[in-house]
Design a protein around this ligand. Structure first.
Ligand code: HEC
Ligand code: HEC
Ligand code: HEC
Length: 447
């Protein structure tokens, strides 16, 4: 073959492989691919899966907008801890700089008070701001692009009904080349088809409502679905577990061992709406926030729809997660007798934890403090156990508040690692070996 022909063949092969890789990334990003083809919303004859639920039929438009803003959890990223609602300031620490959730109150100077409906829709669904600048996909516009015009505008009406708050959020500190916002146009073209939700007529109305809530609104996949190298969601492993703000967002597919296949519908519903399921554990960290700000405001019928939908995704094994151990740990061995666990971790547990968690791991005073059977305790990275020790936990219960203090300011990184490894070894299925360095990283992420 002549050299130029060989070159052509190589170029052609390169193009085919390149197109293949691009196609792989793009098809991997379709969130409802597992459910077959959908139809246009206008062509769907069932009850509408969009909007606020029927309970809100006679409510005013602002209340409906509030319900939708909560379902989409806009507050999670646009309200700083202790700050005014939606006035911005939530920090996203990325490996290459920090990004802030901006002020989305109706303040004209520092918020979005001057934005038109069209500009707002474009930002929420396409990730383009009023100046035509691209937004980073830390703002989940690839999920929100499935929302209807009516729902996006109901959210805007709600935001604009709140008092405008003058609050400037800091400019991002991303370094070159990550500060090149225009690159997000390519990302958007590949991973955000900007198409409205398409119901699946062969599925139940409840499933379709749950799919709309989970995919267009609550963006469960943004935390629970692993990402591709291009940071798009890898929906071939939909809901199979990923890292979210340093925490492990576990496998929530119906896989019996790795996922939540062994949970009953009632347990899932209780976890999503109340942030705790007896014998399964509590929602802490980013999931605790999602429950407090968003999911706990959903009506029982919407929670039921979410459960029906989560149940329907393909069961995927995570491989690295053992089934949680359910038996209580043995009672405390005699004083001075080694129990085979790390002595430093044991000493800290005795002084700082046993009063609430008991030596058996079955909370004696408070059933919420039960450690056995909890996924975090049976995860051999011990990430969430360490994160909970650092940050503490707080949850509303039917009778008050269940509270665990944070130990971040009392315990060193090495001590947090020791007690976390003690907890997983004593109460979990497999034990862990989290290091002081990993705890230090968690601390940084949480600040
Ligand atoms: C997971 C976090 C997250 C959630 C949830 C989220 N946002 Fe954002 N949003 C961001 C971040 C981060 C930015 C800034 C991105 C950037 O600077 O590129 C942003 C930017 C915006 C902007 C552009 C503001 C400006 O001044 O440029 C608007 C408008 C907006 N979000 C509205 C919403 C609405 C409405 C919701 C709920 C439906 C929502 N966001 C939910 C993280 C989030
Ligand atoms: C902001 C990130 C985030 C979002 C959004 C999110 N989750 Fe989570 N989720 C997590 C994290 C982190 C955990 C682990 C919490 C812990 O260990 O306390 C978790 C835990 C869970 C669990 C318990 C799993 C187990 O084995 O213990 C379920 C069930 C769950 N999430 C379902 C959902 C559903 C359904 C949605 C959407 C409606 C959702 N999550 C949205 C981050 C998130
Ligand atoms: C004052 C009582 C108290 C103390 C002291 C305490 N905890 Fe907790 N802990 C709780 C409560 C209550 C919960 C459940 C919180 C919730 O419902 O969100 C909890 C939750 C946890 C969880 C998560 C359980 C789940 O369901 O996801 C872990 C892990 C944990 N604690 C470990 C520790 C460790 C390790 C220490 C000592 C360094 C400690 N706790 C000290 C009361 C306490």
């Amino acid at each position: 073959m002549k050299p130029w022909r060989i070159l052509l063949v190589i170029i052609a092969l390169g193009a085919v492989i390149g197109a293949g890789v691009a196609a792989w990334f793009i098809t991997a990003s379709r969130p409802l691919a597992f459910a077959g083809h959908g139809v246009d919303l206008a062509a769907y004859h069932g009850p509408s899966p969009t909007g606020a639920p029927a309970d809100f039929a006679s409510a005013d438009p602002i209340a409906r907008g509030q319900y939708l803003a909560q379902a989409a959890d806009c507050a999670a990223c646009h309200t700083a801890k202790g700050g005014a609602p939606y006035a911005g300031g939530t920090a996203f620490h990325l490996p290459f700089g920090t990004l802030w959730g901006p002020n989305i109150t109706a303040d004209k100077a520092t918020g979005i008070g001057g934005w038109t409906d069209a500009q707002f829709i474009r930002a929420v669904r396409q990730g383009i701001d009023d100046q035509g600048q691209r937004l980073y996909p830390a703002m989940p516009y690839a999920a929100f692009s499935q929302m209807t015009d009516a729902d996006v505008l109901a959210i805007k009406a709600y935001l604009f009904s709140l008092p405008p708050v003058a609050h400037e959020t800091p400019p991002d500190t991303l370094k070159f080349p990550f500060n090149q916002r225009w690159l997000m146009a390519i990302w958007g073209a590949m991973f955000n088809p900007d198409k409205r939700f398409e119901p699946r007529p062969e599925r139940s109305p409840e499933w379709n409502r749950g799919a709309y809530l989970a995919e267009a609104m609550a963006h469960c996949g943004d935390c629970h679905t692993p990402r591709t190298l291009a940071q798009s969601l890898d929906n071939r492993r939909k809901f199979a577990g990923a890292v979210a703000a340093g925490w492990m967002a576990y496998n929530i597919t119906p896989h019996r061992l790795s996922g939540v296949g062994a949970w009953s519908d009632a347990e899932l519903a209780q976890y999503l709406s109340a942030g705790h399921a007896d014998g399964r554990g509590a929602a802490n960290g980013p999931m605790g926030e999602a429950v407090d700000l968003s999911l706990s405001h959903l009506t029982p019928s919407d929670i039921k729809a979410l459960v029906a939908y989560v149940r329907s995704v393909p069961a995927t094994s995570s491989g690295n997660l053992p089934p949680p151990k359910l038996d209580p740990a043995p009672a405390l061995p005699k004083q001075g007798v080694a129990d085979g666990f790390d002595p430093r971790g044991k000493r800290i547990f005795e002084g700082a934890c046993a009063s609430c968690h008991a030596w058996t791991g079955i909370g004696s005073l408070n059933p919420y403090a039960t450690l056995t059977g909890v996924r975090a305790v049976n995860d051999s990275t011990a990430t969430n156990v360490a994160a909970i020790v650092l940050a503490g936990a707080q949850r509303r219960t039917p009778t008050g508040t269940s509270l665990m203090p944070g130990f971040g300011h009392i315990l060193s990184d090495a001590e947090v690692a020791a007690v976390a490894n003690y907890v997983t070894a004593r109460f979990g299925a497999k034990g862990s070996s989290i290091t002081a360095k990993q705890v230090a990283d968690l601390r940084k992420g949480a600040s």
